[in-house]
Write a protein that binds this ligand. Structure first.
Ligand SMILES: Nc1ncnc2c1ncn2[C@@H]1O[C@H](COP(=O)(O)OP(=O)(O)OP(=O)(O)O)[C@@H](O)[C@H]1O
Ligand SMILES: [Mg+2]
Length: 236
C-alpha cells in the first residue's frame, strides 16, 4: 500500500463541493506533485489530508491507517507536516524560535542537533538565526517554513505552492533543496504547484487537477513527454 492514499475524496466549504472524488497516491520515498491553476482545489486537497475541512467524503489513508476523520493535531503527530500556502511562519519570532516550534511535539533529545543540521542545509537561516522571521525575504521565509516543518521529523511533507511570490531563481533554489532532501533522506513529499515545469523536475509522479477533478495522472516523465497533456494542462 502507498504511504498516502486518497480514495475518491470529496470535500469543500459548507454547501460548496470543491473536490469531486480525487484519487491520489504518494509512495514511500517519492515526490508526488499536484498541478493546477488558481482555484483548481490544490489548497483544499491539502486541507482534506490534514483534517482541516469540515466534512470529507471518500477516504484518506496514511501508512495503512484511515485518517479521514482524524484531527489536524493527530495527523501531524502521525508524521504529516504541512507547509501552508503563504508559508505560515511566526513573523514576530526569530528564525531559531520558529525552528523550535517545529519540534514542539517531539520528546527526544535530538532537537538541537536537528536545528544544526538544517542550518547546514540552509546556511542563510543560520546567518539569520536571531532575525525576526517577518523581516526576512520571501525566499528565506519559504526555506524557514520548510525547515520548520522538517523539525517535526515528518514521514510525509505537504507543500502548498512553495514557488508563490518568489523570483524564478529563488524558486529554483527552493526546489533544488526539496529535491536534494528527498534524494538524500528519502522523505516523501506531496507538492501542489502551478509551476509545472519546476515541480515535475523533482517529482516521481504527477497529477493534473482541474476544478476539483484529476484530469491526468502518470509518472512525471510520461506526463512531461505527453504533448496533449502538456499543451492542454501544463502550458508549455
Ligand atoms: N474558506 C473557503 N470558503 C469557501 N470557499 C473556498 C474557501 N477556500 C477556498 N474556496 C473555494 O474553493 C475553490 C478551490 O480553492 P483552493 O484554494 O483549493 O484553490 P487552489 O488551487 O489552491 O488555488 P490557488 O492556486 O489560487 O491557491 C475555489 O473556488 C475557492 O473559491
Ligand atoms: Mg492554493
Amino acid at each position: 500500500m502507498s504511504l498516502l492514499e486518497l480514495r475518491e475524496v470529496t470535500g469543500g466549504y459548507g454547501p460548496i463541493t470543491v473536490l469531486h472524488g480525487l484519487s491520489i497516491a504518494v509512495e514511500e520515498g517519492e515526490v508526488g506533485v499536484v498541478l493546477g491553476a488558481n482555484g483548481a482545489g490544490k489548497t483544499t486537497t491539502l486541507r482534506a489530508i490534514c483534517g482541516m475541512l469540515g466534512k470529507v467524503g471518500g477516504s484518506v489513508f496514511f501508512d495503512d491507517t484511515d485518517i479521514t476523520k482524524a484531527s489536524t493535531q493527530s495527523i501531524a503527530k502521525a508524521g504529516i507536516a504541512h507547509v501552508p500556502q503563504g508559508r505560515g511562519t511566526f513573523t514576530d519570532l526569530t528564525v531559531e524560535e520558529n525552528l523550535r516550534i517545529g519540534a514542539i511535539n517531539r520528546r527526544d533529545a535530538g532537537v538541537a542537533a536537528d536545528i544544526d543540521q538544517w542550518y547546514s542545509v540552509f546556511p542563510r537561516l543560520a546567518e539569520r538565526r536571531k532575525q525576526m522571521a517577518g523581516s526576512m525575504s520571501g525566499g528565506e521565509q519559504q526555506m524557514l517554513a520548510i525547515a520548520r516543518a522538517l523539525m517535526s521529523r515528518p514521514r510525509l511533507l505537504l507543500l502548498d505552492e512553495p514557488s508563490l511570490g518568489l523570483a524564478p531563481l529563488i524558486t529554483r533554489e527552493v526546489f533544488e533543496h526539496l529535491g536534494a532532501i528527498n534524494r538524500e533522506t528519502g522523505l516523501a513529499m506531496l507538492v501542489v504547484e502551478q509551476n509545472a515545469t519546476i515541480a515535475l523536475g523533482i517529482a516521481h509522479r504527477g497529477y493534473v487537477l482541474e476544478t476539483g477533478s484529476i484530469v491526468a495522472a502518470g509518472d512525471a516523465q510520461t506526463l512531461v513527454a505527453d504533448e496533449g497533456v502538456r499543451k492542454a494542462y501544463l502550458g508549455f
